[in-house]
Design a protein around this ligand. Structure first.
Ligand code: NAD
Ligand code: FES
Length: 294
């Protein structure tokens, strides 16, 4: 069992949960993820690792409560446990295998969109701890939805905030801010890493292409086993089928077929909506009459 030692609300329906998982905390690297099962009968949910502390033996996950299973995860309180936390899964970010001198010679910009800001943090922290300077752009719908701001301020060389409604920082999308930094503010970047909603990663890739900027994205495909056996997480990369759980989750952005990835991601939306409606009815104490198979 994996005991919860900290739980914090970060924004509306977004929670940080820190869990005792010493083996994962010892071996986790930036870019990797875990699969969480709340209890024996729960669905397996992939979540990117938002932080890890080998000394304390804990890992941190950030969950947006959108469906039945993610609502179950955030409903757990400190002192309670998860039945399973499997990981670390997936390949670490490529830069963890590069020489630090080489990394120091490059200007890297990270882009975190909404909840995707949390998995950007361990990457920037890993680089900052090794003296590599990086710029970070964080985008959110509004000031209330910004997460990991203080954490990011501690590790980023320059932190740029963008909000869709202009309530904080730059007024607009992360792509417009990236473009402004390069064309108006004279910034030069050698590499871009984007993590967030699939649509954001698609448009960051299109923006990066305008400036011949190499770009890496982290795909959050649907997953079942997380071990390359079931095929649930398959994506098209440079025209070939790859499994996000074992070949990724990070890929060269220019190789990703985003439209197909988005289609696959929304394949079970109706079933998810129905399951959520049933759960809400149950929570409200009403007799539920919506059949999952209708
Ligand atoms: P959001 O919709 O608030 O978007 C965050 C930011 O992305 C926006 O503020 C904007 O700057 C940018 N963005 C959005 N659409 C864009 C577009 N068309 N063009 C350019 N920029 C755009 O984000 P949210 O509600 O927090 O997103 C939740 C989604 O993120 C979920 O679908 C979740 O699955 C996904 N997610 C992905 C990862 C990952 O590893 N890739 C991790 C966590 C969450
Ligand atoms: Fe089953 Fe990746 S989740 S192959």
């Amino acid at each position: 069992m994996f005991k919860i030692v900290e739980k914090r609300r970060l924004a509306e329906a977004i929670y940080l949960t820190r869990v005792e998982a010493p083996r994962i905390a010892r071996s986790a690297k930036p870019g990797q993820f875990i699969i969480v099962r709340c209890d024996e009968n729960s669905e397996r949910i992939p979540l990117t690792i938002a932080d890890y502390d080998a000394e304390a033996g804990t890992i941190t996950m950030v969950t947006q409560a959108l469906g039945v299973s993610t609502r179950k995860i955030v409903a757990k309180e400190v002192g309670e446990s998860f039945a399973d936390v499997a990981g670390p899964l997936g390949r670490p970010s490529d830069f963890t295998a590069e020489s630090i001198e080489e990394l120091k010679s490059r200007r890297i910009v990270f882009i975190g969109g909404g909840v995707g800001t949390a998995p950007v943090y361990p990457q920037v922290k890993w680089l900052a701890e090794r003296g590599v300077e990086v710029d970070v752009i964080v985008g959110a719908k509004s000031r209330d939805m910004l997460i990991y701001r203080e954490e990011m301020e501690r590790v980023a060389t320059n932190l740029y905030i963008a909000t869709d409604d202009g309530s904080e920082g730059f007024h607009g999308l992360v792509t417009a801010l990236l473009e402004k930094l390069i064309t108006e503010d004279g910034k030069h970047y050698d590499m871009c890493v984007a993590i967030g909603p699939m649509i954001m990663m698609k448009f960051v890739t299109l923006t990066a292409r305008k400036f011949d900027l190499p770009c890496i994205v982290s795909l959050n495909a649907l997953m079942v086993d997380g071990t390359g056996m079931c095929g649930a997480c398959r994506v098209k990369i440079a025209g070939k089928t790859k499994f996000t759980c074992v070949d990724g989750p990070e890929f060269n952005a220019y190789d990703v077929d985003f439209d197909e990835a988005m289609r696959r991601q929304s394949m079970y939306r109706d079933q998810e909506q129905r399951a959520l409606a049933i759960a809400r009815e149950r929570e409200a104490g009403h007799k539920c009459n919506i059949g999952l198979d209708k």
